[in-house]
Design a protein around this ligand. Sequence first.
Ligand SMILES: Nc1nc2c(c(=O)[nH]1)N[C@H]1C(S)=C(S)[C@@H](COP(=O)(O)OP(=O)(O)OC[C@H]3O[C@@H](n4cnc5c(=O)[nH]c(N)nc54)[C@H](O)[C@@H]3O)O[C@H]1N2
Ligand SMILES: Nc1nc2c(c(=O)[nH]1)N[C@H]1C(S)=C(S)[C@@H](COP(=O)(O)OP(=O)(O)OC[C@H]3O[C@@H](n4cnc5c(=O)[nH]c(N)nc54)[C@H](O)[C@@H]3O)O[C@H]1N2
Ligand code: SF4
Ligand SMILES: [Mo]
Length: 708
Amino acid sequence: MDPTTTRTLGVCNLCEAICGLELTIEHRAEGDRVTGIRGNPSDPLSRGHICPKGVALADIHSDPDRLRAPVKKVDGEWVETTWDDALDLVAENVARVINTHGKDALGIYLGNPNAHSLGSATHGVRLVKAFRTRNRFSASSVDQIPHQFVASLMFGHQLMIPITDIDRTSYFLVFGANPMASNGSLMTVPDFPNRVRELRRRGGRMVVFDPRRTETAKIADEHFFVRPGTDAVVLLAMLHVLFAEGLTRPAAYVDNVERVRELVADFTPECAETLSGVAAEDIRRITREYAAADGAAAYGRIGLSTQGFGSVCQWALNCLNILSGNLDREGGMLFTEPAVDFVERGLIGRGHFDKYRSRVRNAPEYGGELPVSVFAEEIETPGEGQIRAVLTIAGNPVLSTPDGRRLGEAFDKLDFMAAVDIYLNETTRHADVILPPTTALERDHYDIVFHGLAVRNTARFTPAVLPKPRGARHDWEIFRDLVLRIQARLDRKPPLAARLRERLTLSLSPTFLIGMLLRTGGRTTISELRKHPEGVDLGPLRPTLPERLMTRDKRIDLAPAVLTDDLTRLRAEMTELDGADGLVLIGRRHQKDCNSWMHNTERLTKGRARHQLLMHPDDLAARGLTDGALVEVTSRVGSVAVEVAAADDMMRGVVSLPHGFGHQVDGTRLEHATKVTGVSINDLTDPERLDLSGNAALSGVPVTVAAL
Ligand SMILES: Nc1nc2c(c(=O)[nH]1)N[C@H]1C(S)=C(S)[C@@H](COP(=O)(O)OP(=O)(O)OC[C@H]3O[C@@H](n4cnc5c(=O)[nH]c(N)nc54)[C@H](O)[C@@H]3O)O[C@H]1N2
Ligand SMILES: Nc1nc2c(c(=O)[nH]1)N[C@H]1C(S)=C(S)[C@@H](COP(=O)(O)OP(=O)(O)OC[C@H]3O[C@@H](n4cnc5c(=O)[nH]c(N)nc54)[C@H](O)[C@@H]3O)O[C@H]1N2
Ligand code: SF4
Ligand SMILES: [Mo]
């Protein structure tokens, strides 16, 4: 190896698979450059896995379009400025808005990459808490709130989410997830393709329910098309079959089993067939096979949680695992025991629902957050509590939340907006100031969140791979400075003692804090992890119940009334749906996409276009359309013009657009991204469509498609 080249271990933080990496770094006078990235075979969790995005991590670091210094808008033009100036500008304006209009006048939105940054976990959370605004939003309410809501009601903590024991299961039932593209979610499962191969080699089966024959469906033993938004009736029918055929064997710590039997009595497989398109006989057979398997896991993700009955679906899925005896069983669904146990240690609250409601629409909060679907109306509607200033942190809600176009327009009506982000994009272009932190390769990392959701207990600490450039700031330093500078300018400051305490805690680095958490956790230490940068193995998942339950009585209530009451709404809506024949829209992910933000790397965007509306050939023919035609897709909320592609992988009556497309930044920045064609699916999704939990129902949006 060239003496100016070194090898070092790193980590990918682009998705929940948290793959370990091996990087080749060239040291040159003008700075270090990553010249190669491979999977790290000695990582006990990811075992050498890497996907195309992992390789593209290097492109984020070298991207000339990425922001490296703060910028502010002066007379409509972006100009670079100093950190002191930018931070003061944000502090003055945010403090002014709070002083004049009250704490709720500040709206905060946290995007997905926060979950992938140690500094956000340790310091971002404190920033959000410091301002006590009720107008807190995040990507969670276009994603996994139903999982959290149901977990808090059944297991006593919002992050007690059962994880598939994929390495030992013999029956893997998948609803509304495509881990072959997404690499898994609320299930950290790097190397999914090989784990499925192993599952099938030991005689296990994978069965997928999805309105599209996805990459995952294609490698499954069986795939069933299910009409979007109707999974709840399929799952309730499966529960019906478990009871009807005497297949239930709940643990002794489960209450209200009989109540569930009564509730599902009229959800027969025949009724589910009419609504969902899945044959009654298939529902019966799959339920029997699942119940008979020696360790089975029923798992459902985004396609299941982002629909009108997302919470009912997640509840029914838990009931299925519990009643069949597969919760807390090897090869079934298990709870993790991470080295930093955020559940047991109370680092994150248990979760609460409907403690207060949004001002305009009266929508309930979950866990201290309002549904992001109410964000725009809270900015647009005058009155006490109106949002006047917004801070977005690592998020692009203009592309990622329902009716994003309207949200972008609302941002322009604000008194002030700031963004902590590394790019000028569809959201941050509405800001007055953008504060860009260092990127993943430049900061120390420990996956507090994802070790706790992983299919195996492991721990890994990764020191920064590249030096912090001179003058750059880590995200946690930005959060620290914002809290201190804003608080100093508030009319109603917290008491001096509290502020001093805050200053002290905020000055401790994330690495120091993680070291303390590891030490008090007792399973490993940071010095052990520094000696083993590939990660340490803490063993497979194990049965832990009922001790690990966070419910006060260490029992599981199988029928929490808040959830079961929603069956009334389900019955009413399903009656309406009966016989409906219009088109409905769903989303999709591609292996080379990363929500809305990795489109500025050529490596991930060259090759075949993947922005098209996918539609079954019969549906095309019925409208006199041909493959490749330009069509207008219209929903209640708006219209977009996009090319259509014939795809017999689609269920009839269902069309699909990828999410995270529709880039619209002009000017010199984001050169590549603006060349990526396509439209934003969220210019069609509807903020009025919500699950009980407040989560957006992004899936199954009624649309029409016509030639343009
Ligand atoms: N219709 C539809 N909509 C969806 C979905 C869907 O399936 N269908 N999926 C939903 C889901 S699951 C999610 S998680 C959301 C995602 O929604 P968001 O989190 O709002 O969007 P992202 O595209 O992840 O945007 C990430 C932002 O963070 C910035 N960024 C990247 N790295 C860093 C960093 O290290 N620090 C900082 N400060 N910024 C950084 C990027 O430039 C970008 O602006 O979208 C949701 N929206
Ligand atoms: N390559 C890539 N990987 C990613 C991301 C990315 O953008 N790109 N994003 C990351 C994020 S933030 C998340 S949250 C995860 C999400 O991880 P997954 O949940 O695996 O994400 P998707 O690939 O969107 O899979 C959702 C599936 O649900 C199906 N579906 C839609 N509506 C319904 C329905 O009503 N019923 C049923 N049964 N199925 C339905 C869709 O066809 C799709 O196949 O992925 C993560 N990983
Ligand atoms: S699967 Fe790909 S994007 Fe996800 S962590 Fe691994 S390398 Fe990164
Ligand atoms: Mo997500």
